[in-house]
Design a protein around this ligand. Structure first.
Ligand code: FRU
Length: 540
């Protein structure tokens, strides 16, 4: 595919040819008769066919959320990268559009971002309307194979028809490579306070900041990260954005960074810094970096949330930051047991910042739009979760294995030590477990277990043990809010910190939910834990 789609050195426009590689406007979650249709998620975005990795270019424009993504439409493993494209008016239902950007003689189209150029600073706009401008990385495969170091550079493309067709800029690349092997994933935003476009870019073991008046001419400003913690792998897909701290109302800057390998529980993962941005330099707030419980602030402790970034230009009613990540892990992404398509995105999540005893931390909540997907409510009515089991039969749900769960548990007056919430097939042979433990050794931690959740042998590192996340608080009620889909779980503990996202591949759908707790009741203590509130909602 390298070499198609562009006139050498000239401007190249998306063609009908490229458009035909993706089915137009098929409902994103449509089930097909494919052999792996039972693995296709219901809540989550998946590509119509072929390979998908990182979300790209997430931008809101004229009533539409645009989601682009790293895509190889002609194969189910990573290959020549395109930008796939879908739009949504509500973040919940997605319409597939033709491929936005296809590889050309300059290389594959790697990850990047898109902005609304409201002031037409780029001059790409027509008829007084702002253009959409995408920034991406060219990955020159031939140069890489020839052993060169400078095979990644930054480039732009624009659209004047609401993202339906894109024209690559004739002057690409706008930032040539300076001899850094891993030099990619430009994320751009309008830096209103400093009246400039700011770009953050991954450069191997650090991020680099650039600024521009017009999206075409970029000036290097500074580096961050080479001496910060967390360098077991290469840094990728950074993003910098401002967010108000809920408690003080003060604005801080969040720097997201993805790392591969070196994630919280192995393989690839995403972490963050909280700091200040002065228009040219990022400075982390010291107290926000290592906490007593953890040296790195992880966005997600699960194995399957990578390369996530947030939407730009969301209507500023409440300055909402909406995050989506790629729900897989480079450890095994190419081997997961689906064949007609590969991988899904996380749900859209709203990010907030909070001052806590463990520094200033990101909290995540499923985007409020997901309330629309709540169908029939099944209340959980047992007063206590005790020794022995309480099993809830979910075989009557309209979509087997697909539901939202929210439960709050009072830990006071009980010396129970472990809580299990187990999702299993009808026989109980395959199961996925979400748990909380205050046993010594695993002191005050959440965990998930997918070791017996179906197919795992496609890669030994897929399910070697428990996936663990610290519980930040010792007090108060414990809350587990989760979305279970056919092949994934996103678990928001204690109001959104920590969060744990996992994929799994059961042979039969999970239709039973078992709640149980272990640990003997001491004197004056009650057995089990009391359930303050518990609900399950079927998918509407
Ligand atoms: C992250 C990543 C990016 C790169 C893209 C290529 O998953 O490696 O750094 O741009 O995937 O598909």
């Amino acid at each position: 595919l390298l070499g198609c789609g562009g006139a050498p050195g000239g401007e190249s426009t998306s063609t009908a040819d490229q458009a035909s590689t993706a089915p137009a406007a098929a409902p994103a979650n449509e089930k097909s008769a494919a052999p792996d249709a039972h693995y296709r998620p219901a809540y989550h975005f998946t590509p119509p066919a072929g390979w998908m990795n990182d979300p790209n270019g997430m931008v809101y424009f004229e009533g539409e959320y645009h989601l682009f993504y790293q895509h190889f439409p002609d194969g189910n493993t990573w290959g020549p990268m395109h930008w796939g494209h879908a739009v949504s008016s509500d973040l919940v239902t997605w319409e597939h559009l033709p491929i936005a950007l296809a590889p050309d003689e300059k290389g594959y189209i790697f990850s990047g971002s898109a902005v609304v150029d409201r002031g037409n600073t780029s001059g790409f706009g027509q008829g007084g309307r702002p253009p959409l401008v995408a920034m991406f990385t060219y990955h020159d495969m031939a140069a890489e194979k020839a052993g060169k170091q400078d095979f990644q550079s930054q480039a732009i493309a624009y659209s004047n028809d609401r993202g339906r067709t894109w024209t690559k800029y004739a002057g690409n690349p706008v930032i040539p490579n300076q001899g850094v092997r891993d030099f990619r994933d430009p994320k751009v935003f309008w830096d209103a306070a400093h009246r400039q476009w700011t770009m953050v870019l991954a450069a191997q073991d650090r991020v680099q900041f650039f600024s521009s008046p017009d999206l075409k001419n970029w000036t290097y400003r500074s580096d961050f990260g080479a001496s910060a913690p967390n360098h077991a792998g290469v840094w990728e897909c950074p993003e910098l954005f401002p967010l108000k701290i809920s408690e003080s109302g003060e604005t801080a800057w969040v720097l997201l960074v993805s790392i591969n390998p070196g994630g919280a529980n192995g393989g690839s993962g995403t972490f963050y810094f909280v700091g200040d941005w002065d228009g040219s330099t990022f400075r982390p707030r010291k107290e926000a970096i290592p906490t007593p419980q953890d040296t790195v602030q992880w966005v997600d402790y699960g194995r399957d949330n990578y390369a996530g970034v947030t939407f730009s230009d969301v209507p500023a009613t409440d300055g909402r930051r909406i995050f989506m990540g790629w729900m897989s892990n480079w450890d095994y992404a190419n081997e997961v047991p689906t064949t007609t398509w590969r991988s899904a995105m996380t749900l859209p999540r709203e990010l907030t910042l909070h001052d806590t005893d463990f520094g200033t931390r990101l909290h995540q909540q499923p985007a409020r739009e997901l309330l629309k997907l709540r169908g029939q409510r099944i209340p959980l009515e047992m007063p206590r979760i005790g020794d022995g089991t309480t099993t809830i039969d979910l075989s009557q749900l309209p979509a087997a294995g697909v539901f939202e769960l929210d439960l709050t548990i009072d830990l006071v007056d009980s010396d129970a030590e472990e809580l299990y919430l187990t999702l299993s097939d009808a026989t109980g042979e395959q199961f996925y477990r979400v748990g909380y433990s205050r046993r010594s050794g695993v002191d005050n931690a959440f965990f998930t277990d997918r070791r017996q959740a179906g197919q795992t042998d496609f890669r030994p590192s897929f399910a070697p043990g428990l996936t663990v996340a610290p519980r930040w608080s010792n007090e108060g009620n414990l809350r587990i809010h989760a979305f279970f889909d056919r092949t994934s779980a996103e678990v928001f503990f204690d109001g959104g910190d920590p969060v744990l996202t996992d994929i799994f591949f059961p042979t039969e759908p999970f239709t039973q939910l078992t709640l149980e707790s272990y640990g003997s009741a001491g004197e004056g203590m009650q057995e089990g834990w009391s359930l303050v509130e518990g609900s399950i909602w079927a998918l509407e």
